[in-house]
Design a protein around this ligand. Structure first.
Ligand code: BGC
Length: 455
């Protein structure tokens, strides 16, 4: 019986995690399409940047509204809305009549990404039993990195179907449009999942919540779990001021700071610009793309390591080990850049960085921000943290080329400078996790809530 219940929870989590797959797919699809798109619409550098980064603006909006929408209409319906946005944006961005329409379509898709980035881990955290919650929420991160890897292959495959002229005219449309297929599958699978019991309790739909809990509960005591949730919900006020009460404020600061630090320690510089970095040290285009695939594979493999260890070793320890590895790797990357070392060394150090990120703060930051907030405010508090995450992503993606190509900095430090910034922020993150983040491994969401009340 228990086995069947675990399998059921796993299945529901996998469906929700498809939101993560679309998140990874949609953020990374642009890397393959942007060159052809640029020729097609004859874009200058600034327009190209705008076409590429517009998605992230949508992500901020999506993460901003997802909390309110999901608190009002439920986690399930809000996830379905994100699926509709993904599918609509895929179609429209494949058939735009100009750059402006393309950008609007991408912003809409970004709203879908932003919503899913919040709702998938939120939904999973709310249905998962405490002992496997970390692993199940990390499933979402696995889906993100699989989405990134998948779209890389899809782009590569589509580009190979025709000539350069065909790609400039048609190929890029298939790349951005291909996302419509997983989006539609996601929509229909969502029809089969139940609403989150915690949200149902909040709405006063206790019978329905109990029915869902009886199918999920591993303890075999759904009534007891229901009472715990009811108790937790009844102790919370619903006003926004609630967010800034002393106990909650601490949770909120932890959520925001972790989200921002996950980004400003540099991950998406590698996710979005890896081929360019390799070309800088002399790789040809093909080699650069091949090295990028290896990065994608490492990202997936070490996410699996995190999933196996997060509920055993704990969030805090794993994060500290990973951040230390990231800091050391970034320092090595900067020295390799400073001393003009060969691409092989650079690849080795970058892989060290990716492995350290993927086994720690890649998944765990999402785990922590989905579990540290009490139910009543979880939607909104996660929204604030997730908006902060996307804003930090936008900032890093926008500033990297500027810092990296600054003539004075290149003359004096040879492309090493940006990596020093990210490495020093690893030191900040290490100290922050060590001093301020409580261990939440194995605790139920209700026990975590009590932790803040006590504090
Ligand atoms: C981050 C994304 C990043 C991805 C890469 C996620 O945890 O939030 O910004 O692109 O990891 O693996």
């Amino acid at each position: 019986m228990n086995r069947r219940r675990s399998a059921y929870v796993f299945l529901l989590s996998s469906v929700a995690a498809l939101g993560g797959l679309l998140f990874g797919y949609d953020t990374a699809v642009i890397s393959g399409a942007i060159g052809f798109l640029r020729s097609h619409f004859s874009l200058d550098a600034a327009e190209t940047g705008w076409a590429a980064a517009s998605l992230l603006i949508g992500c901020m909006i999506g993460a901003g509204v997802a909390g309110v929408v999901s608190d009002a209409f439920g986690r399930k319906r809000a996830l379905m809305a994100s699926a509709v946005l993904f599918a609509g944006s895929a179609l429209w961005s494949a058939l735009p009549r100009g750059l402006t329409e393309f950008v609007i379509a991408r912003v809409l898709g970004g709203v879908g990404v932003g919503m899913a980035s919040l709702l998938s881990p939120l939904y999973i955290a709310e249905i998962a039993p405490a002992r496997s919650r970390g692993r199940l929420v990390s499933l979402n991160q696995l889906a993100i990195v699989l989405g990134i890897l998948l779209v890389y292959f899809v782009n590569y495959w589509i580009a190979g179907l025709g000539t350069e002229a065909w790609n400039v005219d048609v190929g890029w449309r298939w790349m951005v449009g291909s996302e419509g297929f997983p989006a539609i599958v996601f929509f229909f699978l969502l029809l089969l999942v139940p609403e989150s019991p915690r949200w149902l309790v909040k709405q006063g739909r206790t019978d329905r919540a109990l029915a869902v809990l009886s199918r999920l509960s591993e303890s075999g005591q759904p009534a007891k779990e229901l009472a715990e949730i009811q108790n937790a919900v009844s102790r919370e006020g619903s006003s926004l001021r609630q967010l800034f009460r002393p106990g909650m404020r601490k949770a909120l600061v932890i959520g925001i700071v972790l989200a921002v630090l996950q980004q400003v320690t540099g991950i998406n510089v590698f996710m979005y610009y890896a081929p360019e970095i390799f070309k800088q040290v002399g790789s040809g285009t093909n080699a650069a793309l091949f090295q990028t695939v290896i990065i994608g594979l490492f990202n997936v493999s070490f996410t699996l390591v995190a999933m196996r260890t997060v509920d055993r070793v704990g969030r805090k320890k794993l994060m500290m080990i990973g951040i230390a590895g990231m800091g050391v790797s970034l320092s090595a990357i900067s020295l390799a850049a400073l001393w003009n070392k060969t691409e092989l060394w650079l690849l080795v150090f970058i892989l060290g960085y990716i492995a350290s990120f993927a086994m720690s703060i890649g998944p765990i930051v999402w785990v922590v921000i989905s579990e540290i907030f009490p139910t009543r405010i979880r939607g909104r508090a996660m929204a604030i943290s997730t908006v902060a995450l996307w804003a930090a992503d936008y900032l890093v993606s926008l500033t990297f080329p500027i810092i990296n190509e600054n003539t004075w900095l290149v003359e004096h430090f040879n492309h090493a400078f940006p990596f020093w910034i990210y490495a020093s922020l690893c030191v900040v993150m290490f100290v922050f996790v060590w001093r301020s983040v409580p261990e939440t491994k194995g605790k139920t969401l209700e026990e975590i809530e009590k932790l803040w009340m006590a504090g």
